[in-house]
Write a new protein. Structure first.
Length: 188
């Protein structure tokens, strides 16, 4: 039992920011300035193209984030990836989304539940997005993690380079990013 609890605590550390009731994170990420049309952004599937390496995503490839409304109308975030290869076993975490700045819609929290009992709150800032909602860049307020997402499961090398350059222009050390294997054509 003790080993299980220790593993659970280590897993929480791997998730990055675990919400504490004693206060908020110190923000060092640039403030998101572009408002988001929630009806266009928080729907359907996004594909994770690049990300900061973390223990939680070790060996994870073909990452996705799906936004949908559950039966009671609550917005849900479902993050998933495949273990080892795009055909590998799926690993996922999901939770309800709370928009922290309605109207701007570019700061949210997601209340994940790990091991079906441990609540973990993550705060995400959508730093930038395409006018056509074909891509976005997300971080945490501390700027410790960053991910690049597109609607296209296989963007071109030029598109990935442009997203990486945009992350650098926002002040993130893009040299820290990894680009996991994506779904092959016809699978996603």
């Amino acid at each position: 039992m003790r080993a299980g609890l220790t593993f659970a605590l280590l897993a929480l550390v791997g998730l990055g920011t675990v919400s504490c009731s004693s206060g908020a994170q110190q923000a060092v990420a640039p403030q998101p300035v572009k408002p988001i049309d929630a009806s266009r952004f928080f729907t359907g599937r996004w594909y994770e193209i690049g990300r900061t390496p973390m223990s939680l995503t070790k060996n994870c490839v073909a990452g996705t984030t799906d936004y949908f409304n559950n039966a009671s109308g609550k917005l849900i975030d479902l993050d998933a990836c495949r273990m080892g290869t795009p055909a590998g076993a799926e690993k996922d975490y999901q939770g309800p989304v709370t928009i922290l700045n309605p109207g701007q819609n570019n700061k949210v929290t997601v209340q994940y539940t790990v091991y079906y009992i441990i609540p973990v709150t993550k705060t995400y800032w959508m730093l930038d997005h395409g006018a056509d909602y074909s891509w976005f860049i997300v971080t945490d307020p501390a700027f410790d993690m960053l991910s690049l997402f597109t609607r296209n499961p296989r963007p071109s090398t030029a598109e990935v380079a442009a997203l990486t350059a945009r992350a650098s222009a926002l002040g993130y050390d893009a040299g820290e990013l990894e680009y996991p294997e994506q779904f092959p054509p016809g699978q996603h």
